[in-house]
Ligand binder design. Structure first.
Ligand code: IPE
Ligand code: IPE
Ligand code: MG
Length: 224
């Protein structure tokens, strides 16, 4: 049974950083900083579980509408941590792949993103997608625009940011909300969904393992 359900891709909507910080009377951006630690912990745990594709939703197209100070803070965190994130991932044989419309960011950050991806492009075993200025609807427009000019016999998924990757087997959303908030609208069609009340910075390996155990107990039918 387990082998039939091998996990090829797990995706995370990392929600609850702001509330984690507010609860402690800390600024929201400290919650985001703590969220990066939880992301790296989780990436490592997924690697130990030999899951080849891991995705993290870090900044949505709609998150740009937050207060300028929070958006600026989030972008500073990306600038500050991107190199070390890519470095740490490469330590355990994973390549950082940014998904989303990065043209929104200043050119120095765009270059940083391009460079870290280029410097680790030879790593093939594992991929960690980090979604930055990512929106599922935006991605479908991006895919459709490229599809238009190409042979019509190819599936639309070949043109998504995640082209060539398996669809997520598991989606975990922390922070208590039960919605997708514009994440991987196409890819999540048959994904097993898990919702946790834990605020993302507190997400632990223990909880991850419990989710995975439950996943193995679920019956995936794919409409059959
Ligand atoms: C998720 O945490 C991270 C981002 C969306 C950038 P939030 O910032 O949404 O935290 P809450 O939901 O307000 O607690
Ligand atoms: C989803 O969380 C986006 C990320 C985790 C990056 P949000 O906090 O933005 O979603 P809503 O506003 O609660 O739907
Ligand atoms: Mg939120």
């Amino acid at each position: 049974l387990k082998s039939k359900k091998t996990i090829k891709h797990i995706a995370f909507i990392m929600d609850g950083n702001g509330r984690w910080a507010s609860k402690r009377h800390l600024p929201r951006n400290l919650g985001h900083k703590e969220g990066i630690k939880a992301m790296m912990r989780t990436a490592k745990a997924c690697n130990k579980l030999a899951i080849p594709y891991v995705s993290f939703y870090a900044f949505s197209t709609e998150n740009k509408n937050r207060d300028k100070s929070e958006v600026d803070g989030l972008i500073s965190l990306m600038r500050e941590h991107l190199d070390s994130i890519a470095d740490d991932l490469s330590q355990f044989g994973a390549r950082l792949n940014v998904i989303g419309d990065i043209s929104y960011f200043d050119s120095d950050l765009q270059n940083k993103i391009t460079n870290v991806q280029r410097s680790t492009q030879n790593i093939e075993d594992r991929v960690v997608n980090i979604a930055l200025n990512y929106g599922g609807r935006d991605e479908l427009i991006y895919a459709a625009q490229q599809y238009k000019g190409s042979k019509i016999d190819r599936p639309l998924c070949d043109f998504l940011y995640t082209a060539g990757q398996p669809d997520p087997d598991i989606l975990v959303r922390t922070g208590g909300e039960k919605r997708l908030s514009n994440f991987m609208l196409y890819q999540l069609a048959y994904t097993e969904l898990f919702f946790s009340d834990t605020f993302w910075p507190d997400f632990s390996d223990k909880e991850l393992n419990a989710i995975i155990d439950e996943y193995y107990n679920r019956d995936r039918r794919f409409g059959k």
